[in-house]
Design a protein around this ligand. Structure first.
Ligand code: FES
Length: 156
């Protein structure tokens, strides 16, 4: 699903930042704004156009949590694995999500509908264990609730 206009898109971004110091981060930032993540094809193109080694680009992409190298899902599921949620069984929720959606942490389902991420403490420990889907909070979630939560979004 990477755009046919990728080379042109990257060119515009590079033009904009090429004379600025520390431009690699700004270029990658704009690329992510455009695609929602930094596709490998775009990283290669940035490397070519900025004449920067690909390894350096991936160093930056992996150093900053802000950057995503995987296409985001339509719905983003965050499972809290902070202490309170962990003690109240959050790992079983992750297992259930993996089983239902066949997706690993940090990845999206093949159909691009869901993206799974694990987070550390969402700041509402009294509601543990907590899952959020696109920011909507589900509290005191039981393993048996997971299927219904997912169904709510699958049918949208
Ligand atoms: S540990 Fe999960 S909300 Fe704090």
């Amino acid at each position: 699903m990477v755009a046919e206009t990728l080379v042109e898109d990257v060119k515009k971004v590079v033009e904009r930042w090429k004379d600025k110091e520390g431009n690699l981060i700004m270029v990658l930032h704009d690329v992510q704004d455009r695609y929602g993540y930094v596709p490998r094809e775009a990283a290669l193109e940035v490397s070519r156009q900025l004449d920067a080694p690909l390894a350096r680009i991936y160093e930056v992409l992996t150093f900053y949590n802000y950057f995503k190298v995987q296409a985001p899902g339509k719905f983003n599921i965050s499972v809290c694995l902070g202490t309170a949620c962990y003690l109240k069984g959050a790992t079983t929720l992750i297992e259930e999500i993996r089983e239902i959606l066949h997706v690993e942490e940090g990845h999206s389902t093949k159909d691009g509908l869901f993206h799974l991420q694990i987070v550390r403490c969402l700041g509402c420990c009294g509601l543990a264990p907590v899952i959020t889907v696109d920011g909507k909070v589900y509290s005191a979630v039981k393993r048996s609730d997971v299927v219904n939560i997912i169904a709510e979004y699958s049918n949208k």
